[in-house]
Design a protein around this ligand. Sequence first.
Ligand SMILES: Nc1ncnc2c1ncn2[C@@H]1O[C@H](COP(=O)(O)OP(=O)(O)OP(=O)(O)O)[C@@H](O)[C@H]1O
Ligand SMILES: [Mg+2]
Length: 254
Amino acid sequence: MLKIESLTKQFGGLTAVRDVSVSFEKGKINAIIGPNGAGKTTFFNLISGVFLPSSGRITFNGQDVTKLRADEMARLGVSRTFQTTSLFDRATVLDNLIVGHRLRTRSGLLDVLLGTPRLKEEERVCREKAREALDFVGLSHVANRLAGDISQEERKRVAFALALATEPTLVLLDEPAGGVNPEETVGLSKLIRKMVDTGLTVCLIEHKMNMIMNLADKIMVLNYGEKIAEGTPDEIRANPDVIDAYLGKEHAAA
Ligand SMILES: Nc1ncnc2c1ncn2[C@@H]1O[C@H](COP(=O)(O)OP(=O)(O)OP(=O)(O)O)[C@@H](O)[C@H]1O
Ligand SMILES: [Mg+2]
């Protein structure tokens, strides 16, 4: 579904992603792990069109999307969550979803601000999608609460709903369980499974190894911007390079 070839991103003298090639299969849960600063988020930013790669190629469903912008990628069906969930804390959860949806699918904010009649109909559709997405992530009961008043775990679910509202086929989740407790992490894992069960393809970045090892079909390991390993959870757990660079002994296979 997604094919990455020799992807590289430089920021001045720093190479954040170096010559990474990998493919993500449709209907699977693909994970990216690695130490802080390894280039994981940058990798997502490249795929989702936030950054233009320095070199390399990205193919999505057979189409070269290397140079597309974030709103163009969203319209093609690639959507994402961010490592920190920025919400408008003084707006309701539902309004956050409506605005978020528009910001992701439109290149210009002007349309939204001017509020033309054509826009009104779009907004109605948008509101419906937002409600569906909230229902899917199990948050219908907080639709009218202020975003500033919900828990971290609920914020994470809002982030999922934001990503789902654009009707993606590929969802990129950047640390979906960051800052939530182990019990809530299990709940979020279930939600990710449910996403895949409805036909979505998921790619996630996460530091929570139990979650990744239980959830992922395939794992890619980045270290200093380079892919150092790729494989099933069992293969990754047993890989000496990965244990050295990231996992340490406690997560290693017996
Ligand atoms: N916009 C940017 N400009 C300059 N350097 C950047 C930019 N974004 C990321 N970097 C650098 O690229 C490297 C990779 O960062 P990235 O955020 O991709 O790491 P990460 O694997 O997501 O880390 P973490 O697990 O802490 O989230 C880091 O050295 C970071 O400082
Ligand atoms: Mg990151």
